[in-house]
Design a protein around this ligand. Structure first.
Ligand code: PLP
Length: 405
């Protein structure tokens, strides 16, 4: 009954709604018993009216919740809101970003399929392919993110999926998503984009021709470093496969985490705008410092893909990486001299973080692989948070001063 009361109102009211309205309202259930906020259904299972009702729900003949590995109203609200923001037919929530990548590959690929992966993806994504998918007969290869010709050349008759992150971490390289989507389509392959760094507030890969979106909701969707979660979004036919895998295999999202993410989403665009404004200011300032050799930030006109970033993204994100004059010792001196920033590898938090990629996030790679990836010993990565930008600048100045000691 609540179901009917809801549907009409939601569909008609949000049809032409803007991003911020969707971020606050999409997926919200209204009904005589609903709360003003999103109800947290912290329950593993549900009760039925009768034995016959239970049988009908289990058989899928009647609508109804069965068990929280199958469905949960709070998780469903989060999925519907994310689908609305990404412009996807459907979104499916997972226990973490890595669970989203695993669920996508397990449900859409088989042994003997070939997958092309950008060389610049999250470290655990590389391990997932190299240590696990390989054991189950999945063929795959790595391609330079920015090189469209390389993607085309690496295709095989059995290429089923392309997987990229754009912009990449930590060097802020981009791929022309529209161009890559065209190559994937010619090949009959699907294009999946990990949209973690931009979020739908800055970039909508499905509108650019991608087929699938991956998220680590742990980052900007939460935005305050509290919960792990992830998401796959795309067309209904593909999402049905992902749902099937998750229900059976189990890495579904906790309703509590979904409820936290719903609160995070309400301020997503405002937060991203503030993150990006501070990142732009600090990137420009760092670039002007004599102790800094190079700054990697797509918002700088000196970035080789600045124009692509301007057309593909609404803003340039909050990750700013730079090389200081000197070696690893210099980079460590810089990091240790900061007082405000958190020395941690996480990102997408209101607290600014500072990281030495060569010895943390990329520390397990061989020196040769690290060199190919362009991760130098004097590279530092910042993920700019929401503190006063002047205070962050003072903190970075402490780092610069430590270089000349
Ligand atoms: C953090 C991250 C992941 C993994 O997400 P978890 O929630 O930590 O499992 C995947 N991709 C990118 C780009 C990330 O930054």
């Amino acid at each position: 009954m609540t179901e009917e009361w809801d549907a009409g109102r939601l569909d008609s009211d949000l049809e032409n709604a803007g991003f911020d309205t969707l971020a606050v309202r999409a997926g919200q259930r209204r009904g005589p018993e609903a709360e003003h906020g999103e109800a947290l259904f912290l329950t593993s299972s549900y009760v039925f009216r009768s034995a016959a009702d239970a049988a009908a729900c289990f058989a899928g003949e009647a609508k109804g919740n069965v068990y929280s590995r199958y469905m949960n109203p709070t998780v469903r609200t989060f999925e519907e809101r994310m689908a609305a923001l990404e412009g996807a037919e459907q979104a499916v929530a997972t226990a973490s970003g890595m669970a989203a990548i695993m669920a996508m590959i397990m449900s859409l690929c088989s042994a003997g399929d070939h997958v092309l992966v950008s060389r610049s993806v999250f470290g655990a994504t590389v391990s997932l392919f190299d240590k696990y998918f390989k054991r189950f007969g999945l063929e795959y290869g790595y391609v330079e993110l920015t090189d469209l010709g390389g993607w085309k050349a690496a295709c095989k008759p059995n290429t089923r999926l392309f997987f990229v992150e754009s912009p990449s971490n930590p060097l802020a390289q981009l791929v022309d998503i529209r161009g890559l989507a065209g190559i994937a389509r010619e090949q009959g392959a699907l294009l999946a984009v990990d949209n973690c760094f931009c979020t739908p507030a800055l970039q909508k890969p499905l509108e650019l021709g991608a087929d699938l979106i991956i998220h680590s909701a742990t980052k900007y969707i939460d935005g305050q470093g509290r919960c792990l979660g992830g998401l796959v979004a795309g067309r209904r036919e593909h999402m049905q496969e992902v749902v099937g895998f998750l229900r059976t295999a189990g890495p579904t999202l906790s309703p509590f985490n979904a409820w936290v993410f719903l609160k995070g989403l309400e301020t997503l665009r405002l937060r991203m705008q503030a993150h990006c404004a501070s990142a732009q200011y600090l990137a420009e300032w760092l670039e002007a410092q004599p102790e800094v050799e190079h700054v990697y930030y797509a918002g700088l006109p000196s970035h080789p893909q600045h124009e692509l970033a301007r057309t593909q993204q609404k803003a340039f994100g909050a990750v700013v990486s730079f090389e200081v004059r000197g070696d690893r010792a210099a980079a460590w001196r810089f990091i240790d001299a900061t007082r405000l920033m958190s020395i941690t590898a996480n990102l997408g938090d209101s607290k600014t973080t500072i990281t030495h990629p060569a010895t943390t996030t990329h520390g397990r790679l061989s020196p040769e692989t690290r060199a190919t990836a362009g991760i130098k010993e004097n590279l530092i990565r910042l993920a700019i948070g929401l503190e006063e930008v002047e205070d962050l600048q003072v903190d970075l100045q402490r780092g610069l001063s430590a270089l000349s000691l």
